[in-house]
Design a binder for this molecule. Sequence first.
Ligand code: F6R
Length: 366
Amino acid sequence: EKAGFDHFMLKEIHEQPKAYRDTMSSRISADGASVTLNELSMTVEEIRKISRVHIVACGTAFHAGMVGKYVIEKLARIPVETDVASEYRYRSPIITKDTLVIVVSQSGETADTLAALREAKRCGAKVLAITNVVGSSVAREADDLITTWAGPEIAVASTKAYTSQLIAFYLFGLHLAQTLGTQTADEIKEVITAMKALPEQVEAILAQADALKVVAEDMAKHDNLFFIGRGLDYAVALEGSLKLKEISYIHSEAYAAGELKHGTLALIEEDVPVIALATQHELLEKTVSNIKEVKARGANVLGIAVEGEEELQKSVDSTFIIPKTLDVLSPALAVVPLQLLSYYASLARGNDVDKPRNLAKSVTVE
Ligand code: F6R
């Protein structure tokens, strides 16, 4: 049942190209010029009325929501707030009839997320669910649904469900942009073309797993490490850090690269591993200056960079190169090496990768 892989997690990491294709294929027009989310019941009129979006989820699904915020704001120019589901209800969120609440849940059974969905509906908002389990509670109770076709996810650590959630956000962001006219036809086509290249690009990353194994085995000797990044790279840094803590039990922190010097820089000392995500072209120069700050304090920096960014390689100790894509799509590639690093670090520490301690696959209590 693990199809020749040692663990479900590794199998599911390798299933991502298929999960991307399955989640995208029926939703992109044959000419690659538009997306078609026929499953949505919301009308053009209803979409035009959306004045704000709330994205609510837990854990890894919340991290997908952070990317979703960026995507919707960039493509559709609608203001988006993100909340952890266990906080949302208790902060008296301002939910009006023109608020679209998006809940994201792999299992569709997470108690906090379900409670947030019910609260949103009680306040009269429309709820769109992004889930991986057809017929789950979240899927049944939401007004609208985008199913991620990642297939069953068995490993406790979420991988292919997260990346399929990113694809769902790209599709929905494009759907909004098409409806609202916030992007030109050419811009939409450019994003779709780049999305179609993602599955093969993930395959190219997976082919370099051995190099990541070597890095992970060294990481596993440390008790503390850092992930840094700006913009979308920060959202990916949070997910990379969660994944590592979850299965390797190595402590790590994810920081918006520019925030380090507001406190945490004191923890960067000789030989501390820092994984610096630098995939966002517009922010590259700023990220490099943050990398220099940690280098100056002795950090051992692994840069995650995009093909063609040779400049960055001079400022780091080692680099992992991901294929070229649009900045907005880079999380769908950049997270893959981080998943593999966590997997191999967990193995090196002799942990039960698929069933990390103290965690359940689906958290059905508050
Ligand atoms: C992390 C992980 C958890 C879940 C979270 C939400 O790898 O699996 O953080 O993402 O418990 O679960 P779902 O998506 O089922 O609502």
